[in-house]
Design a protein around this ligand. Structure first.
Ligand SMILES: [Zn+2]
Length: 219
């Protein structure tokens, strides 16, 4: 795993400032990444200490010890939580998914096949917030595109490439509106979780005319 969310994103995740879709992408990465779990733990302690310090006369070391013990204790079971699904299935393939994603599996729509060896399944978090599971079969290619907003992609299983690098299980890629890329797979397929702030804008060749690919992410 080479690519992680920035510390700023992790702070916003901990303090509940990410939109629901981005929070699922970042949370799923954290499930898969011991390094970011440790960073998140430090951020939680830091934010909680700062918060409590303003209202409580307790000395800092005591406070930190207290918080450590609260944070490390088992969270109580929450019966109203939807059943956790451990796998998603596409045709004859089954993929293990981390809990932050599996918790929302009941909201996953059906898979649809797109041109170019791609499948997608929408995951609707609310009327306004939707993201997609995107499956790229071997030797699939998404046209080069930019986006007006941010794009967050997390590799759940497999490997994909673009002109900058290659991305494997757990890798988190966050691109802003200035960055172009052309994701593709080689001899391995890839399942990703993707969230976009705004529609894709294709920049190359015939895809510019087609743009049905923008329906990969937006209906
Ligand atoms: Zn990480």
């Amino acid at each position: 795993m080479k690519f992680h969310p920035s510390e700023e994103l992790l702070v916003n995740y901990v303090s509940g400032q990410l939109n629901a879709a981005l929070a699922v992408v970042v949370g799923t990465h954290i499930d898969m990444c011991p390094r970011c779990r440790a960073v998140v733990h430090d951020i939680e302690v830091h934010l909680a200490t700062r918060e409590l310090h303003q209202t409580s006369p307790v000395a800092e070391p005591q406070l930190t010890a207290m918080l450590e013990s609260i944070l490390s204790s088992e969270a109580p079971a929450m019966p109203e939580r939807p059943a956790l699904q451990e796998h998603v299935v596409l045709e004859s393939k089954s993929f293990k998914v981390p809990p932050s994603l599996g918790r929302h599996a009941a909201r996953m729509g059906p898979w649809s096949k797109m041109p170019g060896g791609l499948w997608r399944s929408p995951l609707e978090l609310s009327a306004e917030e939707r993201m997609y599971l995107i499956y790229m079969q071997e030797n699939a290619k998404l046209p080069e595109h930019t986006h007006r907003g941010n794009e967050a992609t997390l590799v759940i299983d497999g490997v994909f490439h673009d002109e900058h690098d290659e991305y494997r299980d757990g890798d988190f890629i966050f691109l802003d509106s200035d960055q172009h890329h052309t994701p593709h797979t080689a001899d391995e397929s890839c399942l990703t979780l993707a969230f976009l702030d705004a529609p894709l804008h294709f920049t190359s060749g015939v895809a510019r005319l087609l743009n049905p690919f923008s329906s990969l992410f937006f209906r």
